[in-house]
Every structure is written in structure tokens, then in C-alpha cells.
Design a protein around this ligand. Structure first.
Ligand SMILES: NC(=O)c1ccc[n+]([C@@H]2O[C@H](COP(=O)([O-])OP(=O)(O)OC[C@H]3O[C@@H](n4cnc5c(N)ncnc54)[C@H](OP(=O)(O)O)[C@@H]3O)[C@@H](O)[C@H]2O)c1
Length: 266
């Protein structure tokens, strides 16, 4: 089994995903190119770099129109992508931890409608930090950014999503309580578990909603957050993840899925 480490921490590939994913991770022949995204409209939160940037690029490749957000005023990789997107990529600004900015984004969207809202923004912390030594400030930063703020975005922007559309949040295999047998990343794990629980409550509160609700686990991917020792490249994860999202369209209820479309244990 593969393992990686940051500082003194080690973790196993197993923690980032589920058993079915591990069994099939090397079988990328399962990749199916979907055409569902042709002409689809996507609202993507947190796309300056990493997985969010790759999701924007993938939807553009599939013919979608994308409104994607960054939080800083400066130029990002997403702006480079916009230069080659033929007018199909608009860049908006929002810090998901500032409710006034989320509300202002909604005001700017006006009467627009989208097929997909995907909240990708998230942060991590030191993998060795535990409840024995994490500061209250750091714990709060993780919980607010990874659990509360994505849900606030959903609460504020769900009205812009078509009744047959999809509302998705980037979770993590690390958010699975059932699969946590090795520990590590305690605070990050807890924040993604809290996100999952909040999304389940949201789904229960909207049980008659026809829209598809998704919590996605992208696998352990080489980004700033995932680190250079991660198991997957972005191009091994994201095209499959987008295909998985598209394949769920029209399937109401909440689903916790990995990038290969396998159900992740809660
Ligand atoms: N990489 C992995 O192995 C892995 C595995 C499982 C789950 N995930 C999840 O996938 C998502 C993306 O991760 P990544 O690997 O692409 O990380 P990344 O490269 O560090 O990118 C994180 C993205 O989130 C944005 N962001 C962070 N805080 C924000 C805030 N308060 N408001 C708005 N945007 C904010 C960042 O914007 P700035 O550029 O402004 O900082 C950046 O665009 C996260 O939710 C992460 O937990 C990643």
C-alpha cells in the first residue's frame, strides 16, 4: 500500500478514498467521456488554482459556459484560462468566509440560472495537529472554511440552480467516519465530516427538491493542498470526477461519491 508524509505524519492512500476506488485507481480505462456538459452552465466557487481550476478547464473543454470565482483581486491561473476560453468563462470574486461577499455575488448574478453549482473552495492544516495541540483559532478556521462557509454558499446560491440541476460540494475521502481507521489529519477530517453532516441535514430539509445533491471525494491529488506525494495527478482525477457529476444528473437525493463514481461510506 502506498503511503506519504508531511513532517512526521504518515498517512495511507486508503484514508483518502474507499476500497472500490483503490481497486480501480489504476484502471483508468473506466473513463467515459460524457457529453452532458455540452452547453451546460456551471457556477464554480473557488477556482483560482488546483482542483477548482482543473474543473473549470474540464467543463470548458466539454463545451460548457462557466462562471468561476477567485477571492483575491490579482491575476490567477484562471485568468490565463479565460484568455483562451472564447468568452465562455466569466470570473467573479468571493471569499466564502465573508457572508456579505456571498450575498453580493448572488445580487450580481441577478436572474441567471445554472445547471450546476459546485463549491470547491477548501483549506487544510498541519497533518500532525490533533485536539491535544490545535489552537482554537486554527480549529475554527478549518471548520468555518470547510464546513460552515460551503453550506452558506449553498443556502445563498441554490436559488440560481435549475430544478433539474445539481448542487455539489467538494468533500474528501478523509471526511468518511467509517473509513477512518488510521487517524491523522484529525482536524481536516473533522471539518469534512462536519460538512457531510451539514449537507445531510440540508438534504433532509429539502427532501422534496428535485435537484441532485453531491458530496465529492476527488482522491488524493497532487495540488498545493494534496502535496507532491499524492497518489493521483489532477488529470487522473478531475475528468473522471466531472464525468461522475454529469452521470448523476436527474438523480435526486444526496450522494457521497468518489471521482470514479463509487459510493463512499459515510
Ligand atoms: N488535493 C487533494 O488531494 C484533495 C483531496 C480531497 C479533497 N480535496 C478538496 O478539494 C478542494 C480543492 O483542493 P485543492 O487540492 O485544489 O487545494 P488548493 O490547491 O489549495 O486550492 C484551494 C482553492 O480553494 C480556494 N479557497 C480557499 N479558501 C477560500 C475562501 N475562504 N474563499 C474562497 N476560496 C477559497 C483557494 O483560493 P486562493 O487561491 O485564493 O487561496 C483555491 O482556489 C478542497 O475543498 C479540498 O479540501 C482535495
Amino acid at each position: 500500500m502506498r503511503s506519504g508524509g508531511v513532517g512526521q505524519a504518515t498517512w495511507e492512500w486508503a484514508d483518502w478514498t474507499n476500497a472500490a476506488d483503490r481497486n480501480t485507481a489504476n484502471d483508468l480505462s473506466r473513463t467515459v467521456v460524457s457529453s452532458v456538459s455540452d452547453n451546460a452552465t456551471v457556477l464554480l466557487i473557488g477556482a483560482s488554482r488546483g482542483l477548482g481550476y482543473a474543473i473549470a478547464a474540464e467543463y470548458l473543454d466539454r463545451g460548457s459556459r462557466v462562471v468561476a470565482t477567485v477571492r483575491s483581486p490579482g491575476r490567477t491561473a484562471l485568468h490565463e484560462l479565460q484568455d483562451t476560453a472564447g468568452g465562455r468563462l466569466e470570473i467573479e470574486h468571493v471569499d466564502i468566509n465573508v457572508p456579505e461577499q456571498v450575498q453580493a455575488l448572488g445580487d450580481r448574478l441577478g436572474a441567471r440560472r445554472f445547471d450546476l453549482l459546485f463549491v470547491n473552495a477548501g483549506v487544510t492544516n498541519g497533518p500532525d495537529e490533533t485536539t491535544a495541540n490545535v489552537t482554537t483559532e486554527e480549529f475554527t478556521r478549518l471548520m468555518v472554511t470547510n464546513a460552515l462557509s460551503p453550506m452558506r454558499v449553498i443556502e445563498a446560491l441554490a436559488e440560481f440552480i435549475d430544478p433539474s440541476g445539481t448542487i455539489a460540494i467538494m468533500s474528501s475521502g478523509q471526511g468518511s467516519i467509517a473509513n477512518n481507521e488510521r487517524g491523522g489529519f484529525e482536524i481536516y477530517r473533522a471539518s469534512k465530516s462536519a460538512l457531510n453532516q451539514l449537507m445531510r441535514s440540508y438534504a433532509a430539509r429539502h427532501r422534496d427538491d428535485s435537484r441532485t445533491l453531491l458530496l465529492m471525494a476527488p482522491g488524493w491529488v497532487k495540488t498545493e493542498l494534496g502535496g507532491p506525494g499524492a497518489r493521483l495527478t489532477v488529470s487522473e482525477s478531475i475528468p473522471n470526477l466531472v464525468t461522475t457529476i454529469d452521470a448523476q444528473r436527474g438523480r435526486s437525493g444526496l450522494h457521497f461519491l468518489d471521482y470514479l463514481g463509487q459510493t463512499v461510506a459515510w
